[in-house]
Design a protein around this ligand. Structure first.
Ligand code: NAD
Ligand code: HBR
Length: 254
């Protein structure tokens, strides 16, 4: 499929995991892709494997609005417009609430919540011109609570409701705003969790499809939401969770 030929797409957190898979997917489908990440080495590694004439790297920390604004301006200056922004960069902290220091709380909120808002806000004037769309990476952790993940749940909950609010505000400008809500996915973020066999077994008990999600499976849904096939979808937080959110939380029998 070449759904994104002539389109310009920014993906944050493109140096790893779902962001990397998403950048590769848009590139494969013909888009010019701006790969943004604060880890220069990782994002340059991914970009080096994509076509140079329609690939650009931006080393940016999304938790500050200035660099995010500059990233969007650099995109428009190089490629002339912006059609899609995928606000995907994120960090995760776990622990009992009493263990969450001010610094750990601010880190998660500043990247996972502030960073998403800054990306959306900077993109609006450009997306209005192209009738473009925003896709945020939320999480199942944004639609319900987890044990020991309070800052992450707070930040992802913010992304879920921000997605709804922006869909209302930006509909009149012709901009669609949606999010994906993955469950446990095989990336660097979850490396430690995936090494714990007992934990993975407990996760699988709660996942009707009985396995962990792969980054490409999230990238495919992000690409769908950005495509014309999703032209009447806005304000949706789409579970990519193997059925986790279909449960009311009670354990299975047997
Ligand atoms: P990952 O660690 O593989 O990738 C995250 C990327 O974001 C990294 O390349 C990192 O350098 C970058 N990043 C982190 N902070 C940044 C900052 N301040 N500025 C710019 N870039 C920054 O993890 P992933 O699992 O691919 O995470 C992508 C998104 O998916 C995150 O928003 C995460 O919360 C979300 N998510 C992950 C899971 C999962 O199980 N892995 C599930 C649901 C949602
Ligand atoms: C575990 C999963 O919900 C996440 C890290 O988002």
């Amino acid at each position: 499929m070449h759904r994104f030929e002539g389109k310009v797409v920014i993906v944050t957190g493109a140096g790893s995991g779902m962001g990397e898979a998403t950048a590769r997917r848009f590139s494969r489908e013909g888009a010019s892709v701006v790969l943004a990440d604060y880890d220069r080495d990782s994002v340059e590694r991914v970009a080096s494997e994509l076509p140079a004439d329609r690939t650009m790297v931006q080393v940016v920390d999304v938790s500050s609005s200035g660099p995010v604004n500059a990233m969007v301006e650099a995109t428009v200056s190089r490629f002339g417009k912006l059609d899609v922004i995928v606000n995907n960069a994120g960090v995760h902290e776990s622990g009992e609430p009493e263990e969450i220091t001010d610094e750990r709380w601010r880190k998660v909120m500043s990247v996972d919540a502030d960073g998403v808002f800054f990306g959306c806000r900077a993109a609006i004037p450009h997306l209005e011109k192209t009738g473009g769309s925003i896709i945020n990476t939320a999480s199942v952790s944004g639609t319900g609570g987890d044990w020991g993940m309070s800052p992450y749940n707070a930040a992802k909950g913010a992304v879920v409701n921000l997605t709804r609010a922006l869909a209302l505000d930006l509909g009149k400008k012709g901009i669609r705003v949606n999010s994906v809500c993955p469950s446990l996915t095989r990336t660097a973020m979850t490396e430690d969790m995936l090494e714990d066999g007992q934990l993975v077994a407990r996760f699988k008990q709660r996942i009707p499809l009985g396995r962990v999600c792969e980054p490409d499976e999230v990238a495919a849904v992000i690409a769908f939401l950005a495509s014309d096939d999703a032209s009447f979808i806005t304000g949706a937080n789409i579970p990519v969770d193997g059925g986790v959110s279909a449960s009311n939380g009670q354990p299975g029998q047997g």
